[in-house]
Write a protein that binds this ligand. Structure first.
Ligand SMILES: [Zn+2]
Length: 340
């Protein structure tokens, strides 16, 4: 992960959540920030960036006319680097946020109350607070002081204790607009066909980043297209190809899941060309439309349906921890058996 500089944080917040970012700029400017917020939304929707932007806008030496942080002053810079004494971020220590961490936070709370100093507390993954930690934090939220703002971040506010939920202002982070995601990927020089495929796999920007890093998606796409070409010809080379060309690209659980998803999308395309006559732009693998069309013409309805059933059934076994390599090999053997 690259270090997030202040301008990059502002850009991320405005890119992912333009409305919320501008809303908070206006709120800060009007001096109407609440004492406790609960930011809720799936990973990658910009919760941390927006909370940092709120803090930066509050302390910034030269906010813009809309109340948003400049991103270039000393205050913005120190907040972005986690070095600002009045902006504290709490993260899980291991699996959870523990009561000792909250106690330390509370000491800071009471200090600032005495000094009358503005402070912002950002609690990341707030749903990982132990019950003791959450109850301890409640005390602080129940006795609001004008100079303290707490921002709790969670992927799902239903995971928060009702007592916390009832004492914080809920801000739901909506999914990022498809047009924004396309612009985001275009800015990273991702090709149009790869963008189409990527957005069929995920709309989480963190996951999209992983997909396009080092052109991973392009490389895997090429290998799967070659694998599919062997399969279509009923050529047994498809089997060793898994080990020599596909597996070297799979390095973690995420890339395992994506590889399976890509295989499912590839066969979904085959189905859509055969039965729904979908054109190339509607397909995940539209750039190999000719290959898909020729496979669709060559294979019978029953063969295609049977392969898709086999793939879905075998892919599900990944949940019960069947080795990834054997799943791909079983899929390959099943397809070869159906084709030959
Ligand atoms: Zn600034």
């Amino acid at each position: 992960m690259e270090t997030k500089t202040a301008p990059r944080i502002i850009e991320t917040a405005l890119q992912k959540q333009p409305e919320l970012a501008r809303h908070f700029g206006a709120v800060v400017q009007a001096g109407e920030l609440s004492h406790a917020y609960l930011f809720s939304g799936a990973t990658g929707r910009g919760k941390l960036a927006v909370s940092q932007l709120v803090a930066m806008s509050l302390f910034c030496a030269h906010p813009d006319p809309a109340g948003l942080a400049c991103g270039h002053c000393n205050e913005c810079d120190r907040i972005a680097n986690g070095e600002h004494p009045d902006v504290l971020t709490l993260k899980p220590d291991g699996q959870s946020i523990k009561i000792d961490q909250v106690r330390q936070l509370k000491r800071e709370f009471s200090k600032s109350a005495v000094e009358g100093k503005q402070k912002v507390f950002i609690i990341d993954a707030a749903d990982t607070m132990t019950v003791a930690a959450a109850n301890s934090l409640l005390k602080v939220i129940e006795e609001p002081t004008a100079t303290v703002t707490a921002i709790l971040l969670t992927t799902d506010y239903h995971h928060m204790l009702p007592t916390i939920r009832s004492r914080t202002q809920l801000v739901e982070f909506p999914p990022i607009q498809a047009a924004e995601l396309i612009r985001y990927l275009q800015a990273q020089q991702v090709s149009a066909t790869d963008i189409t495929l990527a957005l069929k796999i995920t709309n989480d920007t963190d996951e999209l980043d992983q997909l396009v890093t080092d052109h991973w998606l392009s490389k895997m796409k090429q290998q799967l297209e070659t694998w599919f070409t062997w399969l279509k010809q009923g050529d047994a080379q498809a089997f060793p190809f898994i080990q020599t060309n596909v597996l070297p690209l799979v390095k973690d659980r995420f890339s395992q899941n994506v590889t399976i998803t890509m295989i499912c999308l590839l066969f979904q395309d085959l189905f859509d060309v055969k039965f729904r006559a979908l054109p190339a732009p509607k397909l995940a693998f539209g750039d190999v439309y000719d290959l898909l069309k020729s496979a669709a013409d060559q294979l019978s309805d029953e063969q295609i349906v049977s392969m898709i059933n086999d793939i879905l059934t075998t892919a599900q076994q990944q949940q019960v921890n069947v080795g990834f390599q054997s799943i791909l090999e079983v899929i390959t053997l099943q397809c070869l058996a159906t084709i030959n």
